[in-house]
Write a protein that binds this ligand. Structure first.
Ligand code: IPE
Ligand code: IPE
Ligand code: MG
Ligand code: MG
Length: 333
């Protein structure tokens, strides 16, 4: 079997598996395809590459389920869901340029294939597509929530860049950073769905808190995977955070151990991290229990997220939201 055929089979299996657990993904894929169908030339190729290379579709699922828990299926919900994925794709296109990443979703990144110049523009195009969908469908509350999320994300990314190789990085700064860069977006996706379904204030607050905690757990696990994940399953390389000097939860926890703080600081202060440094730190993070402790913290956010669901109507879609959170406990990609 050629590599291309293997890739296609892997994608199909991936989508089939996801669709069995969350059947609504099929509709999202279809809407995504429609949303990008009028793109042309290189932009069209880049969009197909990104949309066709999988992805968990967590954000559009959150928009959909957070609406369906309160109301019937509607075109507005589907449009808001696809807008969330388009925005996510835009941020990934830009993030991979900023991080100089080579692989994403098991495929070469847009910047690797088409270069930074075209990839920046593709990201902008995807943002524009998303805003177009939200404004054409008069989904103004969703529009303002997406703007809020992007605003936060930009500030979180800048804060992260400012704290590169900062050995004084602490829990407070880390939480602020991951809230801004990741968790707020998930919170806003949840609120976007709930707003379309006319949820009341109390329920919207609960569903937002669910999304926020899910987002915190999501990013903490992403940060753990950067040390301990399987690259083939993740579809992106490990060690990127440390290479860029991004100090994440496992490393912050390690520094609370006086015995290993100096060793960690020596490596961080070198600023050019070699394979050996990464391996030494990785072992230290495991042996000191920093990885395990980080995972426990992630799980505690999943528990908090699940608690928030209790005030929502008891429907199959509340169960779907609960399943999404439960599956995150075993996130490996
Ligand atoms: C990647 O998001 C960026 C982070 C916030 C860690 P996802 O892990 O949801 O990426 P895809 O969409 O599944 O590829
Ligand atoms: C991505 O964070 C968050 C965004 C705002 C896109 P990361 O840089 O950790 O995500 P990955 O690891 O590249 O997916
Ligand atoms: Mg990145
Ligand atoms: Mg990461």
């Amino acid at each position: 079997m050629s590599i291309a055929t293997q890739d296609i089979n892997a994608d199909i299996n991936n989508i089939r598996h996801k669709t069995e657990v969350f059947p609504e993904i099929e509709k999202i894929e279809c809407e995504l395809h429609n949303a990008l169908s009028d793109s042309q030339g290189a932009i069209s190729q880049m969009c197909s590459h990104m949309a066709g290379s999988g992805g968990k579709r967590i954000r559009p699922l959150l928009v959909l389920y957070c609406g369906l828990v309160f109301s019937n299926r509607s075109e507005s919900l589907e449009k808001a869901a696809v807008a969330a994925e388009l925005i996510h794709m835009a941020t990934l296109a830009h993030d991979d340029i900023i991080d100089d990443s080579q692989m994403r979703r098991g495929k070469p990144t847009l910047n690797t294939v088409w270069g930074n110049h075209s990839s920046v523009l593709c990201g902008d195009y995807l943002f524009a597509k998303a805003f177009g969908i939200l404004s054409e469908n008069r989904l103004y509350k969703s529009l303002s929530l997406m703007i809020e999320a992007i605003d936060c994300m930009c500030n979180g990314e800048i804060q992260q860049a400012e704290n590169r190789f900062n050995i004084n990085m602490n829990l407070e700064i880390y939480y602020e950073q991951i809230t801004r860069k990741t968790a707020k977006f998930l919170e806003c996706c949840c609120k976007s769905g709930a707003s379309i379904a006319n949820a009341d204030e109390l329920q919207t607050a609960a569903i937002g808190k669910y999304g926020l905690n899910l987002g915190l757990a999501f990013q903490i696990i992403d940060d753990i995977l950067d040390y301990r994940g399987n690259e083939d399953i993740m579809g992106k390389p490990k060690g990127e955070d440390l290479r860029q000097g991004i100090i994440t939860l496992p490393l912050i926890l390690l520094q609370s151990s006086e015995k290993y703080r100096t060793a960690a600081h020596d490596i961080i202060n070198r600023k050019t991290i070699c394979e050996r440094d990464y391996a030494i730190l990785g072992d230290l993070l495991v042996n000191t229990g920093s990885i395990e402790q980080s995972h426990k913290i992630a799980l505690s956010h999943i528990d908090k997220a699940l608690l928030c669901l209790k005030v929502l109507p008891d429907t199959p879609y509340r169960d779907a939201l609960s399943n999404l959170a439960e599956m995150l406990r075993f996130r490996d990609n």
